[in-house]
Design a protein around this ligand. Sequence first.
Ligand SMILES: [Zn+2]
Length: 293
Amino acid sequence: MPELPEVEVIRLGLSRKIIGLKIQKIQVLSPKSFLGNPNLVQGQKVLNIWRKAKILGVELSGDKTLLFHLKMSGQLVWKGESGKGEGERFIGGHPTIDMVGQMPNSHTRVIFSFAGGSHLYFNDQRKFGWVKVVQSAKLKVQSEGILGKLGPEPLDKGFAWQVLKQNLLKHKNMPVKVAIMDQSVVSGVGNIYANEACFDARLDPRTKVGSLTDEQFTRLHHGIVKSLQDGIKHGGSTRAHFVDAEGHKGYFLDYAFVYWRDKHACKVCGTEIKKVTLGGRGTYLCPKCQKAV
Ligand SMILES: [Zn+2]
């Protein structure tokens, strides 16, 4: 499943391709994958692309916004006029072999055709993902349910360590790693980056929230922001190798300190990385660098 950095990499890449283009035609091949009236976006121009947690918002003229949620298996493929050559194709999301093949394919759910001849394909093998058209003005007041329920955006300036502390204290008895993955505490932290954030903060992921000191909350806050930023810098990551909007692979995992590195030596102290299960998820830690409180 794409995590926040992967979605941010798509936002950056797609912005370079479709901002300023007019949607000439929209074809909904799977009604389940498109919520709202597709005719509302026809003829509208792409003004901006933003992200909140793992949701992409494509802001259009005419007070419309298209929301995309890739969920488990969604991907976005943009193809230029000819669809050939470097920079003429633009891929992001769940990696599959057919994402570099013929478009549309059997997993294509929605096709956006732009004036000028390029296309954006929303593909989704398992159909958990969706595209939704909403009024932009409504989103601004956060009345859109899905956005309202999400916690603060970790890469916004307003996300201070005190905000994290306050939100985490709702879960005093929860292990810290499980708590930072609660989307109402902070939005968009999945399993990979939760593991990395705890390592950066030198905290045992099993530590109970209620026992953290202010200094540890500060370190944890730093760890969350830094691991997400590193993920974006390295083009995102998934175990199957994330492919970004221009077909570059993401190699964040080569830079990870603990995630997926059990039985390997800690990059800081050489101790063997240990794997445990916490809240049903694979959890990786260095027993020496990450102290229990
Ligand atoms: Zn270590």
